[in-house]
Design a protein around this ligand. Structure first.
Ligand code: G
Ligand code: G
Ligand code: NA
Ligand code: MN
Length: 253
C-alpha cells in the first residue's frame, strides 16, 4: 500500500488524532487558546508526525480533507469544552492549498454550522510562506474567513520572505514568532534583537504576539520584559492528546 492510499484511509479509519498545545498570557499565566496539531497513529508504523506526511498531503491534494477533518474535530471539541465552562479558542493550521480554494471558507462555515460551534472559538493559523505562494488569492480567502468572524494568525513569522507592506493588508490579529528565534533567546543577542523588533513591529501594526518555542523560565522572563503578549512551548506543555488537556488545564490554573 502506498502512503497516499493509506493516508486517504486514515481519515475514515480513525487513525488521525488531535494533539493540543496551549498559548499562555506571559503576564497573567492565563491560557489564551490552544493550537491543534495533527498526529497519525498508524496501525503498524506507530505515531507519524505531521512533518512526515503533511508535505505529502499537500502535494497530493489530500490536505483538503485533512484540514476539514481537523476543523471538524476542533469544532466538536470546542462545543464539548464550552458545555464544561471552558471557553478556550482552538487554532487549526491550514495550508497553501486551502488558501487558494475559493470554496474553503464556505466549507468551514458548513462545518461550524453542523457542529453548532461558536465561530469566535475557532481560529486559523497560516504560515507566511503559504500566503506568499499566491498572495492575491490568499488575501481573498482570508478576507472571506475574517468576515465570517474567524480570527487569523500568521505562523512561523520570520522564516518566510513575505513583505510587511503586504501582511499589513491582511485581516490577521495574531503574529507568531517562529521558534527558531525564541529557542536561543538567552544565548543569542541577534535572536533577542530580532524578537524584540518583531514584537514592536507587530504591536505597531495592531497585532498581538505569540512567541513559539518557549522552553524555559528564562526565555519566558525575557519575552515578558520585551512586552511579548503570549508564549507557547515545552516549558508550559508539550503538545498533548486533546483528551489530556483538561487535566493539564486544571493543574496549570
Ligand atoms: O506538531 P508538530 O510540532 O510536530 O508540527 C510540525 C509541523 O506540522 C508544524 O509546522 C505544524 O504547523 C504542522 N502541522 C501540525 N498539524 C497540522 C495540521 O493539522 N495541518 C497542517 N497543515 N499543518 C500541521
Ligand atoms: O510550525 P508550527 O509553529 O506549527 O510548529 C509547531 C511545532 O513546534 C510542533 O512540531 C511542536 O511540537 C513544536 N514545538 C512546540 N513547542 C516547542 C518548543 O518549546 N521547542 C521546540 N523545539 N519545539 C516546539
Ligand atoms: Na502552526
Ligand atoms: Mn509555527
Amino acid at each position: 500500500l502506498t502512503l497516499v492510499s493509506e493516508l486517504k484511509k486514515s481519515i475514515y479509519n480513525n487513525e488521525l488524532s488531535v494533539f493540543v498545545q496551549p498559548k499562555v498570557n506571559l503576564q497573567s499565566r492565563a491560557v489564551r487558546s490552544v493550537e491543534a496539531l495533527i498526529r497519525w497513529k498508524h496501525p503498524t508504523r506507530g505515531m507519524i508526525f505531521p512533518d512526515q506526511f503533511i508535505p505529502f498531503a499537500e502535494q497530493t491534494g489530500l490536505i483538503r480533507d485533512v484540514t476539514l477533518w481537523m476543523i471538524a474535530e476542533a469544532a466538536k471539541v470546542s462545543v464539548a469544552w464550552l458545555q464544561k465552562g471552558m471557553s478556550i479558542p482552538i487554532a487549526v493550521n491550514i495550508s497553501a492549498r486551502d488558501l487558494i480554494d475559493s470554496d474553503f471558507p464556505n466549507k468551514v462555515a458548513e462545518i461550524l454550522k453542523a457542529t453548532g460551534s461558536n465561530t469566535s472559538l475557532i481560529s486559523l493559523e497560516v504560515t507566511e510562506s503559504s500566503i506568499m505562494d499566491d498572495p492575491h488569492r490568499a488575501k481573498q480567502t482570508l478576507l472571506h474567513l475574517s468576515e465570517m468572524g474567524i480570527k487569523l494568525a500568521i505562523d512561523d513569522f520570520g522564516t518566510g520572505y513575505s513583505s510587511l507592506s503586504y501582511l499589513k493588508e491582511l485581516p490577521v490579529s495574531e503574529l507568531k514568532i517562529d521558534k527558531s528565534f525564541v529557542m536561543h533567546i538567552e544565548a543569542s543577542q541577534n535572536d533577542r534583537i530580532i524578537v524584540n523588533s518583531t514584537i514592536e513591529l507587530a504591536h505597531n501594526m495592531g497585532l498581538h504576539v505569540v512567541a513559539e518555542g518557549v522552553e524555559n523560565i528564562d526565555a519566558w522572563k525575557s519575552l515578558q520584559e520585551m512586552g511579548c503578549d503570549y508564549g507557547q512551548g515545552y516549558y508550559m506543555s508539550r503538545p498533548i492528546p486533546i483528551s489530556d488537556f483538561e487535566t493539564w488545564y486544571q493543574q496549570w490554573a
